[in-house]
Design a protein around this ligand. Structure first.
Ligand code: GDP
Ligand code: MN
Length: 352
């Protein structure tokens, strides 16, 4: 039996016929990509895989966002590849610039210091705008306001298996608000005071912290210190989630509190830990989902589904030896423990 009520099984008619099948009602959902014009050929590869493995049967829309206007080549290439409607948005300047409370000299000193310490992207201004934008603004761009769910896709990612059901519908029917495929420990040097900031938010807004949350995923001492686990790996950027949740008062209060503390510029806070901590504290455990069956690669990590039968049925082309889930630096084992879940069959005795 399938794990998913709306999923097809290999015995269902149409399993091998990837053309023209649209099982179930469509959700109010979109793909979303933040990209530069120069990313066009790398995002083209990602789109091709998402379309082949999933979207050519569902034709969901795709929103592209950029801090500069998209050029004709970008629009022509991407719109020819996406089976749904494409939309191109220009990010307003106030969502991609320094807020007025940031001390420019202090921020510049940090960049210089991180450059000397060779911290990746440590001296980049645009990377910081990107992380702040993905943390607090992508979900409230005008083009995103009509949708309830998003699936974030980055340039140069791979999807290794067919997706035979609609993950958006899965999220909706199972009341999931956030999901992930890879989790790992954050690079500490980029977030030394993030947890202090989070604790301040918890103190000021206890009403936003839900009972039955995943604090145990983030902290090994009941919230005193952060163990640096996050779902959305800094180097993965896979997300399917609820835009309605990100637009909620709870999430906006959280983002604004963090944003005022300045760590997007005085350190180099990533959207990965920012989203993950929010999901772990402000959603119930059951509202977060691990998509074992969505096989995904973003340099340098692979999520290749555990379970040889599953990989065969889904025509996966990833090497299970590359699967990162059960390795030392992954937090996925911790996620399974916190949720009292059994690891998928084969996690310790994987056969190819
Ligand atoms: P990494 O995955 O953290 O190594 O960072 P990436 O370079 O992949 O950037 C994350 C996402 O933001 C990708 O979708 C990039 O295309 C996008 N991105 C990064 N910097 C910029 C920028 O300056 N402008 C725009 N428009 N997109 C950017
Ligand atoms: Mn990337």
């Amino acid at each position: 039996a399938s794990q998913y009520p709306m999923a097809m099984t290999p015995n269902d008619p149409g399993w091998n016929d990837l053309a023209g099948i649209k099982e179930g009602p469509r959700m109010n959902a979109t793909f979303v990509t933040l990209a530069r014009n120069s990313d066009v050929w790398e995002i083209a590869k990602s789109i091709r895989q998402v379309e082949d493995r999933f979207n050519r049967r569902y034709n969901y829309d795709w929103v592209f966002l950029n801090d500069k206007p998209f050029d004709e080549v970008f629009k022509r290439v991407t719109s020819s590849l996406v089976s749904g409607k494409t939309h191109y948005g220009l990010i307003p300047e106030e969502h991609w610039s320094f807020p007025e409370w940031i001390d420019q000299d202090k921020a510049a000193k940090v960049r210089q210091d991180m450059k000397e310490r060779k911290i990746i992207y440590g001296d980049s201004v645009s990377y910081r705008h990107m992380c702040r934008f993905e943390s607090g603004f992508f979900f409230r761009q005008e083009l995103m306001m009509n949708y309830e769910y998003y699936w974030r896709v980055e340039p140069s990612v791979e999807l290794f298996c067919d997706v035979h059901y609609d993950p958006f519908r899965f999220m909706h029917e199972n009341k999931k608000k956030y999901s992930f495929v890879l989790s790992l420990y954050e690079y500490y040097e980029t977030i030394p005071t993030l947890w202090d900031s989070v604790k301040k938010f918890i103190k000021n807004h206890p009403e936003h912290i839900v009972a039955g949350n995943s604090m145990g995923f983030l902290s090994d001492d009941d919230g005193d210190t952060y163990n640096k686990c996050h779902f959305l790996a800094q180097w993965s950027n896979f997300e399917i989630g609820s835009l309605t949740w990100l637009r909620s008062k709870a999430y906006i209060d959280y983002f604004e509190s963090l944003d005022h503390d300045g760590g997007f510029f005085y350190e180099r806070w990533g959207d990965a830990p920012v989203h993950s901590i929010a999901a772990a504290l402000m959603l119930k455990k059951e509202e977060i989902h691990f998509f074992n069956d969505i096989a995904y690669y973003h340099v340098p990590f692979t999520h290749c589904p555990t379970g040889q039968k599953l990989r065969t049925a889904l025509k996966c082309h990833c090497n299970p030896d590359d699967n990162f889930d059960w390795k030392g630096y992954s937090c996925t084992s911790k996620y399974f423990e916190v949720n009292n879940m059994d690891k998928p069959e084969g996690w310790d005795t994987e056969e190819k």
